[in-house]
Design a protein around this ligand. Sequence first.
Ligand code: FAD
Ligand code: N01
Length: 532
Amino acid sequence: MITYRNLDTVIVGAGFAGMYCLHKQIQEGFNAEIFEKADDVGGTWYWNKYPGARCDIESMDYSYSFSDELQQEWNWKEKYGTQPEILEYARFVSKKFNLRKNINFKTSIVKARFINNKWIVETDNNIKIECHYLILATGNLSTPNTPNIEGISNFKGKIYHTGAWPEKMPEFKGRKVGIIGTGSSGVQSIPVISETAKELLVFQRTANFSLPARHSKLPENKREKYKKNYKKYRDLAQNSSFGIAKYQPPTKSAFDVNEDERNEIYESAWQEGGQAMLFAFTDLLTNKEANETAANFVRNKIREIVKNKETAEKLCPNDHPIGTKRLCLDSNYFETYNKENVSLIDISNHPIQKITEKGLISNDAEYEFDDLVFATGFDAMTGAVKAIEILNEENISLKSVWSKGPKTYLGIMVSDFPNLFMITGPQSPGVKSQMILSIEQHVNFIHNLIIHKKNNKYLQVNANKDKQDEWVKHNNEVANATLYPLAHSWYNGDNILGKTRNFMPYVGGVANYKNICDQKIKNDYEGFEFYN
Ligand code: FAD
Ligand code: N01
């Protein structure tokens, strides 16, 4: 039996984007609800419960800024929040702002159709909701990708994916574990799994750059000092390229200093930990030679850390400029390969042929293990949106419109899909920033559009097609002026078989992007069309 509901706004997803969006909607008096497939809030931090999962942006930055009361009340314990700590924070927020009563857990949105100025939204448990606004807070990294390797169903042991980790932590003690993938999830989980597993086999297709996080507890005095100056730090963050106060735009080229000075700067960034190295010089992400100076510095560090020379060389990335894939931050990642119970298996020239009952075949050899972990990432940026059948008034699906890659206006709307909004969609800087900052900026922008529409009694807001094309073109031009497109990465869909190559994030920087958005509003909502 179908249940029919009427709402002003349906929000899909109860991660940080969905929760803040719901809060804004409720404050404004809209009848809004979230529909979330999980049984709790948190999004990323609900699903990624793998060993070692934590933020790689410092907790004082990776948090909401919209409520000073919240940021004064919450006390981060760790420099980089752990997954449990961030999930606890998300739950705290949901309770503090009384959001849970407006969240439908264990409910997936499967279909939405725009008819007569309304979205008719369908869930997987027979609810049909008629609403004015449909807001996709479905996440950029929320659709785990398990490669379709032959024989996977034959494996007799347990299979895990870092992006859909079970609630109860598996026991790896005394077991032989195989792990596929050395992106951020692999880099974080490998050292921790190696602490208990009897043996750990790491299957590496591509070596990855990783910098030390230099994680520690967050001293109370540091936290309190930050809290006292929160406004200053949040403003600095908004005016930066990456959305983090301490990473302000560099002023010198890598070649404005001599080799010794340059290496000293890299050394101090390496000792400091975090992403500082990438912000050392202006041209690291635009000039190959400049980039190579940083890449080489990191390769030499890997060679210093990893005792076995052959293993060290295999761990040295050579196929992409440093920083053009999401840079990993680690705690003892390279050191882990000095452990007796850890082996690196280079599969760069030998794709995994098949999974067997007892392990997998690559390099024409069978590797046996008890449990298999996929740290193989996500169908990023478009996966969760395309999983919903979204049809416009002409019955054209968003999936078909995006078949050769996503096209959006500012990463917020798609032309011909009125009253449909995305939070940190493709062609916005979300994934290239401290994401909570980008989420807040998008939610505020969308809110502004909705209020403008409501106040003027318009029935629809839509993105102008020409303005959308201009924005997509601009996005590509900005990316093509950098080294980013040189890497095979999820930024351009390379990690998903059959996905058309498109560079998806906006890499013009958070501050530039915000200025562009603010200017659109000042220019009478340039690029947005309102209809009665
Ligand atoms: P999500 O948190 O992904 O939430 C989306 C929600 O939508 C999910 O709960 C999902 O279940 C739900 N959903 C999707 N489709 C449907 C549907 N059809 N029906 C119902 N529900 C649906 N960013 C940083 O800035 N710094 C970091 O250090 C950082 N670390 C990360 C670590 C990991 C392991 C991962 C995977 C990502 C990390 N990110 C980080 C990015 C992170 O995704 C964002 O910071 C942020 O949490 C995204 O919030 P969100 O609400 O947009 O999306
Ligand atoms: O995924 P990834 P991830 N056979 O796509 C390999 C965020 N995040 O989950 O490079 C063999 O980066 C693949 O190999 P290759 C962050 O934004 C943040 O690790 O394609 N290997 C790669 O090594 C991040 O960027 C944190 O050759 C296969 C790995 O799997 C994003 O999420 C922590 C394969 C996938 O790497 C995604 O990170 C975690 C196959 N068939 C995640 N298919 C923080 O620290 C894939 N691979 C904040």
